[in-house]
Design a protein around this ligand. Structure first.
Ligand code: JDK
Length: 236
């Protein structure tokens, strides 16, 4: 069973996230074990400091290395070949997370997600304790908690038994999912807008042809970034 530990100075942010929806169900069904840890547990000073001013000057504060490295080593052991856990730092500088990256993370037996705050983490803590650094996109958030939730949600739905329909988790249908194009449910007409006629009939071959046609159109218009990888897949 996948185990996920989260290190954060805002553990309360995860309360509802871990209780509600698909992640909550997976936790209650023991399909994944998730624990959230307050980084301040690993501070030794009176003020439970986790940040300090940057060497060389500049705006803001930086996460101190001592509590972070102590937290990671308590949960994952020291970095090296003996370590069984994968320690992942969420940061704007990390490798861009995509569906294939999530697939890899979901295969691990133990993930430790490190959520930074302030202007980031002392580089020595990264070098000494972190195995991989991921970004969830090229925009700047205020900390790693929301990215960690993206990693949790995206990997939990890939775990065996989490989704009702096992096919919906496969990477093949993920690719198709992105290419699916528009979707409709009832009513057949809403504010004067009608559901395309072919979808309301029972001709499944015609529906499949229509969807393939619309998916291509949808991709060309809305997701031109996908066309490169689509072509690559067609060749193989
Ligand atoms: C973890 C702190 C906020 C980080 C420095 C960056 C160019 C220099 C504020 N995908 C994604 N987006 N954001 C995050 C993320 C932000 C985080 C932390 C993850 C920890 N922050 C932060 C860095 C800077 N600044 C823009 C100039 C400022 C992950």
């Amino acid at each position: 069973m996948l185990r996920i530990d989260v290190i954060t100075i805002f553990p309360g942010l995860f309360d509802a996230f871990l209780r509600e929806s698909l992640v909550g169900i997976a936790v209650r069904r023991d399909l994944v074990r998730i624990a959230v840890h307050d980084l301040r547990q690993w501070t030794a000073d009176r003020h439970h400091s986790v940040d300090d001013a940057p060497y060389g000057g500049g705006p803001g504060m930086v996460m101190k290395p001592e509590p972070l490295v102590a937290a990671v080593e308590a949960l994952a052991g020291p970095k090296g070949p003996e370590r069984r856990a994968r320690v992942v730092l969420l940061s704007p500088q990390g490798r861009r997370l995509d569906q294939a990256g999530l697939g890899d993370l979901a295969q691990e037996e133990h993930l430790v997600l490190v959520c930074g705050r302030y202007e980031g983490v002392d580089q020595r803590a990264i070098d000494l304790a972190v195995d991989a650094e991921f970004s969830i996109g090229d925009y700047v958030l205020s900390g790693g908690e929301v990215p960690a939730m993206a990693v949790i949600e995206g990997s939990v739905r890939l775990l065996p038994g989490v989704l009702g329909n096992p096919e919906s988790a496969s990477s093949e249908s993920f690719q198709r999912g992105l290419l699916e194009g528009p979707q409709y449910t009832r009513p057949a007409e809403f504010r004067g807008l009608k559901v395309p006629e072919v979808l309301c009939g029972g001709d499944h071959a015609a529906i499949a042809r229509w969807r393939a046609e619309r998916a291509g159109e949808f991709t060309r218009r809305r997701r031109p970034d996908l066309l490169g990888s689509e072509r690559k897949e067609d060749e193989s």
